[in-house]
Design a protein around this ligand. Sequence first.
Ligand SMILES: [Zn+2]
Ligand SMILES: [Zn+2]
Length: 604
Amino acid sequence: MKEAKFVIYLLVINQKRYKVNLAYKPEIELSYYLQNNIWANKELKAYALTKPLPIGLVEYTYKRVTTVQEREGVLIRDLFDDITELKHECSRRIEDVLSYYSLTEYNQIRDVKSVNITFPSKKSLKGIHQLLAGRLLYYDEIIDALGENQLTLNTSLSLILQTLKLETKLEIIPSIFFQADNHLVCQRCGEEEKLIAMECNYCGLTDYYCDNCISMGQARICRPLYEFKPVSKTNTVNAIVKPKLNFELTAAQSDASQELVQFLSSQQQEALVWAVCGAGKTEVSFQAIAKVLARGGEVLFAIPRKDAVIELAPRLKESFPNFEVSVLYGGSETKYDLAPITVATTHQVLRFKDKFDLIILDEVDAFPYQGNQMLKRAVNRSCHLQGKIIYMTATPNNNLIDFEHEDDKILIKIPARYHGHPVPEPELVVTKLWYNKEAKEIKLSEKIFTIISQSIYQDLSQLFIFLPTRELVELVGEKLQEELPKINGESWVQYSHAQDSKRDKKREEFCNGKYPILVATTIMERAITVPKANVLVLFADWDFIFDLPTLIQMAGRAGRSLEYPDGEVWFIGQQITSEMKKAKSRIQSLNQEARKKGYLIRDN
Ligand SMILES: [Zn+2]
Ligand SMILES: [Zn+2]
């Protein structure tokens, strides 16, 4: 059934009623109906109307030639005596569509005979359905899932899948389907543009594959996707679930946590948690998670970055010790655990449908989620119809901020950091920056050296210096290595960017206080926290790179720890851009809000 071809067939239920079906093997379906006496008629007749065809093609043909009533078998047609006429009528309709694709040789009428087989037991069907419910998988992935969970089958997988389909626990759909004659859509990721034509070795016809989701396996017209329907959770008893935390939530966190719990029982579908950098927003969702788990629900925590997934998983395990946590990312050890809590990179969400009762999407403004329609669709699709989605970010875009004004959404703010001190407000500085791109030369003004000296000698702080490009990072990094003194023969300054192979090592050493100054591009803006740091952004007026969210994230590196909550932040440019001004005023207004709500321990 791996590269299954499917057949359209006619099922004559009785003298007044018929149904047109799509099946992998009509013989199996006929036998199932007869053995289970589904239509209360032992004289059912079935006729195949096509030869086996790639699922995408035959599904489109099927939808084109049948009415809804014919597909559901509710059509009452007055006493037709002549089944032959009905067969030929259906067959003619099919031929019309197939001729468009020059595939009329696939048209045929053939009697279908029932076969003597034993269908899988209810128990084994239930076990497999429970394991795979809410997932959208290729055949190979089903095999992996069964193997990973050491589920051995005593019937063929193909027969199990066909039976689950007959029992409406499973839908089998083409991974690329025809929306109209010349309009293809990938059902794994929703892509409509990047579908590439090829001569297909699997079906032997001209086929298409999806270039957009190729990293998750090749979607093709001839490749089925198996959509396992969610299990009903109505029978689960309410239990009391309390998250274990080894610290107490602050007033700001606790208020947000309460609002999220209320959100669960509200009419709203989506909530945005807008927290300042360093607010400690993750644990704010734990009460809501507990509530959903207590009802027997399933929770997904999705984060764009793999390292953040790996970092969060143990925290969730610790806080919910009685619940299994499944951890998914490209290359993760397991992919198909049966667990009520899933932590995953956003790409992994493509393998789910209608599964989760609560989805928490962290760093919603970050690459690759931000601006990626495929991932947005995937997240929405993986959410159960009555499920809820919580978005979290320190730097929401305007669409997200508009949640405040939309009826079906709410906006929850955490304007204070966990340590109760305000977020350091940036000082906007205009100074001359000499940069000759052709000659690869840079000159740093006296003002910049003054700031560096102040950070190192006066504040005894570490210093982030952010620059907009890799080349500037290298130029400024080398310049400072020349100009500044060395400790034990080693430079005070290290520099790093996305192409730097020693990036992780340098990051770790900076975090451990091995050297005081790190010069970097924005790659370091999120992933790094040091206890006592100042932040200097050079060329802050290059607003095509240093936009509002990036500036806020960079400024958010300062003053993170309780021991040193007051860092300094400078945005330095040849002019002051509106992004720089907006970043400053946004930080100020959130600080004011925190102050007004009494979330700050002291004023400065
Ligand atoms: Zn795709
Ligand atoms: Zn193919």
